[in-house]
Design a protein around this ligand. Structure first.
Ligand code: WT7
Length: 661
């Protein structure tokens, strides 16, 4: 595609999103994996023949106290799944495995950041600890339906706290431990939480990092919180107030018995706040039966989890939905053995992740493109020092994975033998929606491929018409799915406006997508990030991927800046690979590379080499701030940045910004 004349025939430029990136590599599933895969191609046919019957069979993998009467009640856009059914999530995740004789099986290998600091929890241990914690919460007066805010480091008490809430029907609201006091108080107030569970601190980047002072600060604004339950993790000095109680004082003296009562399939399980790109955080509400059904089934299908032999590691923080669904609920419902790691990947050295893979003989690894690109930048020699031959399936989530990052992950982490599953989903969807199946799909680097069986995702143009193969547009979901959000906590209208108003009768996640010539799906980032260059809608993802495919580039972020001639012009911020030198003509070299890969229309006006990119705490690039830089505006809100000194570093690079046309 090489049409780049401004003012060209408008009829030809009406496509919703240009399809520029061509990718021909394809990796068939390993024969051995395909032969014994948990899920085969038949699942697509079964679900297409009867979607509700398909999800009923998935629900039957759980243990229900009472079977449901109606599989789906759909009053658009409000869904109820497995209506009339009753179950206890904690029982499904813990007790039933002990009852089945698997009490000695490891649920979690926990690895603290300080080396040598580790703990192993079997399913029997987990049952005892969750029961004690459930008794403790009840002693604090927490009852079914009450909200409990959780602000903790990645220690075993974190999943225990979630499961204790689930057991008694309290609604947890986990706030990521990196958030500020005002973010925490805003979320506590919005959900009207009664109890907060926290710790003195956790270990990050080789040092204790305090949490309790942030809770104290936040609670100045939250008079309705009656108790704060505090785990001692780091031993650092903290203030202790009247409402504070040590976990080891309260929980340790509780009975190890706790009867799990059945909850309604539609009782709330948790609230998790998502900020998205704009506006006040939204409290995404998930409920019980449908959520557990889809997280458990997708974990079984997408990772081909064999609970008897696999060691599964999802590197996300439990503070994000990835951790909720794929460290806690999905894996435990399936009786998996998982690894949990407390710290950062570069502590005490840049090979820490691979050391953990080697130590526990991890077989399934689930991580994010931002981490993968960081590992690429650090160099191939680091993972090469470790024995990672145990790995058999690799997963990616959180952002589009650039083809180059995918291929690097496959080769340098997966030894070219493991399929990579690029899983698309959101906090709102609760569970994976679009992904390859590792024993079925011949994966393409950078593509999430197909909606999972039972999921009716589609790509439409701005008139809500399905785009043909080769076309681009908006991702939508046509039918309700079991793990979908039920509403935004306390704000049904905002739920309707945000997700169900753009296209009549369809869920709109806010992402752009294209369907390639084979009908496979590629996710192209948030539609808010799409650039309009000379009448073409160009996705930032495609230009970033073209840049990352250059051997000197480790990471790239692209934005559209106002341009008098083209409407918007492409400005690229790039980080070079560890080994690459910054040469005088690197910008020209990269611009030509993009023009060659995607066509002249996608050639960036400017390329800036920077040391770091601004990212949210969950690792997503904040293009909004880069747009401010590219347009010489003062910076907008930087409070969700992981590290706000990054913007100063980038600003120092600006004088070298030249327009190269
Ligand atoms: C947004 C949701 C899903 C758990 C972590 C993020 C982007 C997520 C992919 C993927 C392309 C992806 C989307 C989505 N995203 N996974 N595999 N390919 N984009 O949850 O914070 O709610 O973010 O992340 O833009 O809408 P979240």
């Amino acid at each position: 595609m090489a049409a780049d004349t401004p003012g060209r025939d408008p009829v030809e430029t009406q496509e919703t999103l240009s399809n520029l990136l061509q990718e021909t590599r394809k990796f068939a599933p390993p024969a051995e994996l395909a032969e014994s895969a948990n899920v085969t191609a038949a699942a697509y046919e079964e679900a297409a023949a009867d979607r509700l019957a398909f999800w009923e069979r998935a629900a039957e993998r759980l243990t229900w106290d009472r079977r449901w009467d109606t599989t789906l009640e759909w009053n658009p856009p409000f869904a109820k799944w497995f209506v009339g059914g009753k179950l206890n999530v904690a029982y499904n995740c813990v007790d039933r495995h002990v009852e089945a004789g698997n009490g000695d099986k490891v649920a979690y290998y926990w690895e603290g950041e300080p080396e040598g600091d580790s703990r192993t929890l079997t399913y029997a241990d987990l049952k005892r600890e969750v029961s004690k914690a459930a008794n403790a919460l009840q002693e604090l007066g927490v009852a079914k339906g009450d909200r409990v805010a959780i602000y903790m480091p990645m220690i075993p008490e974190l999943p225990i706290a979630l499961l204790a809430c689930a057991r008694i029907g309290a609604i947890h609201s986990v706030v990521f431990g990196g958030f500020s006091a005002s973010a925490l108080s805003g979320r506590i107030l919005d959900a009207d939480a009664k109890v907060v569970i926290t710790a003195d601190g956790g270990f990050r980047r080789g040092a204790p990092s305090a949490l309790k002072p942030t809770v104290d600060e936040a609670l100045k604004e939250c008079p309705d919180v009656t108790s704060v339950l505090v785990v001692r993790r780091t031993g650092q000095e903290i203030d202790f107030n009247d409402r504070d109680v040590w976990w080891h004082d309260l929980v340790d003296r509780q009975s190890e018995e706790h009867e799990p009562v059945p909850h309604d399939a539609e009782d709330p399980l948790y609230i998790l706040y998502t900020s998205g790109t704009t506006g006040r955080p939204k409290g995404i509400l998930h409920t019980t039966g449908g959520y557990l059904t889809q997280t458990a089934w997708t974990h079984h299908a997408v990772f081909d989890l064999k609970p008897e032999t696999d060691i599964y590691w999802c590197t996300a923080d439990i503070g994000w939905v990835t951790g909720h669904s794929y460290i806690v609920y999905g894996p435990l419902a399936n009786g998996a053995t998982s690894v949990i790691y407390e710290g950062t990947p570069d502590t005490p050295h840049k090979g820490r992740f691979w050391e953990v893979v080697q130590k526990y003989k991890v077989t399934i690894l689930y991580t994010a493109p931002t981490a993968i690109r960081t590992f690429m930048k650090w160099g191939d020699d680091i993972p090469a020092k470790f024995d990672m031959s145990s790995l058999r399936v690799l997963g990616s989530v959180g952002e589009p994975i650039n083809p180059e990052a995918y291929v690097w992950y496959r080769e340098h982490i997966g030894g070219s033998r493991c399929p990579v599953v690029d899983t698309w989903w959101q906090t709102e969807t609760g569970a994976i929606m679009i992904s390859p199946l590792p024993g079925v799909t011949a994966g393409k680097p950078g593509a999430a491929m197909r909606p999972l069986p039972g999921i009716t995702a589609d790509v439409v143009d701005d008139q809500a018409q399905s785009v043909p193969n080769g076309g681009g547009g908006f991702l939508v979901v046509r039918d309700p799915w079991p793990a979908m959000l039920r509403t935004i906590w306390g704000d049904d209208q905002r739920y309707i406006d945000t997700y169900w108003s753009r296209f009549d009768g369809m869920y709109f996640p806010g992402d752009g997508s294209k369907r390639d010539e084979d009908g496979d799906l590629w996710l192209l980032g948030r539609v808010d990030d799409v650039m309009l260059v000379s009448g073409h809608n160009i996705s930032t993802t495609e230009v970033e991927s073209a840049l990352v495919s250059h051997p000197k580039v480790a990471e790239a972020a692209v934005v559209g800046a106002t341009d008098p001639v083209t409407g918007q012009a492409i400005v690229a911020f790039t980080i070079l690979r560890g080994s690459a030198e910054e040469s005088a003509d690197i910008a020209a070299e990269l611009r030509n590379h993009v023009a060659k890969t995607l066509g002249p229309i996608a050639k960036p006006r400017q390329i800036l080499v920077v040391p770091e990119l601004p990212k949210t705490r969950s690792g997503k690039i904040m293009r909004r701030l880069l747009r401010d830089v590219a347009e010489n505006r003062s910076l907008g809100d930087v409070t969700t940045l992981t590290d706000d000194s990054v913007m100063n570093l980038i600003a120092t690079k600006l004088p070298s910004a030249k327009s190269e046309d």
